[in-house]
Design a protein around this ligand. Structure first.
Ligand code: NCD
Length: 275
């Protein structure tokens, strides 16, 4: 039985297969029935817009069913353990998508179905990294020899942690962690990818650690015309909406690609071949 708690859970062949299958789904986005009779349970113990919606969409497009646990009414409020919530979802469904606030390196015993980590505190977010790399592959044209600037909360962002791991699986990629605006001004012309993140305010115990760097038109003028500007969203003040019209901004394309990549991940973990 397969888990996807971390990028480490995937072999390089599996990563390439998922990206290739996502391309097939994207080029032929008709409804399918390969996950007919399968049920996915979404358990989100932290807020989510894109991840929860795109997993729901991925599962339903493939003919499957979705159970969504409403955390306002979950028995977690009555003291139920995460292990028991997962064991219950495992009885009622074939796969679980889980977001919760603590780093999780292994699953509790007795959860007999695949679990996809949709964010574990400041740990990992492997399907976000896959959709990020997919978007890079599509927009830049390759997954290797990339110069990637990480601008934002590099210490606490799980999307950054998973994407750095994923980039390390391919040859000659360079991840550069930007700490000051001066450093960004100096490096931006080298970038194939500028990957921004918001301050993870819910995870900061010490507010002094983080220094806000805001992107703006002036900085983007220094970036290459073939660079891309990414953000997993949600954004705060670091990424002004005025940049949405810059052709290099791909963050809503990341959202779109998330559905196809998650379709490929669900099919992979449930052992279904692409039809
Ligand atoms: C991210 C997350 O939850 O880690 N959002 C997402 O899934 N697209 C980014 C964030 O919360 O900052």
């Amino acid at each position: 039985m397969r888990q996807l708690l971390s990028i480490d859970d995937l072999s390089s062949d599996e990563i390439n297969d998922i990206l290739d299958n996502a391309t097939r789904y994207k080029s032929d986005p008709r409804g399918r029935d390969e996950l007919k009779d399968y049920t996915m349970t979404n358990i989100f113990m932290e807020p989510s817009t894109r991840t929860t919606l795109s997993f729901q969409k991925a599962m339903t497009v493939m003919g499957g069913r979705v159970l969504q646990l409403d955390m306002n009414f979950s028995s977690a409020k009555k003291g139920e353990s995460l292990a028991d919530t997962l064991r219950t979802a495992a009885v009622l469904s074939d796969i679980i998508v889980l977001r919760q606030p603590d780093v999780m390196s292994q699953l509790p015993a007795g959860v007999g179905v695949p679990v996809i980590n949709a964010g574990d505190g400041s740990g990992e977010h492997p399907t976000q990294a896959l959709l990020d790399l997919y978007t890079i592959r599509e927009a830049v044209g390759r997954t290797s020899s990339l110069y990637v600037l990480f601008v934002g909360d590099n210490k606490y962002s799980r999307t950054v942690r998973s994407l750095v791991k994923l980039l390390d699986r391919f040859e000659d990629n360079r991840s550069v962690f930007i700490e000051t605006r001066e450093q960004l001004e100096h490096e931006i012309h080298l970038a194939d990818v500028i990957y921004m993140t918001r301050r993870q305010k819910e995870r900061h115990v010490d507010d002094g650690v983080y220094r806000l760097i805001m992107m703006d038109e002036g900085l983007m003028r220094k970036a290459r015309t073939d660079a891309i500007l990414m953000h997993p969203l949600p954004r705060n003040e670091e990424l002004p909406e005025s940049l949405d019209w810059d052709e290099r901004a791909v963050y809503f394309e990341q959202v779109r690609n998330g559905v196809f990549v998650r379709m490929a991940v669900l099919a992979h973990l449930l052992g279904r071949r692409q039809t």
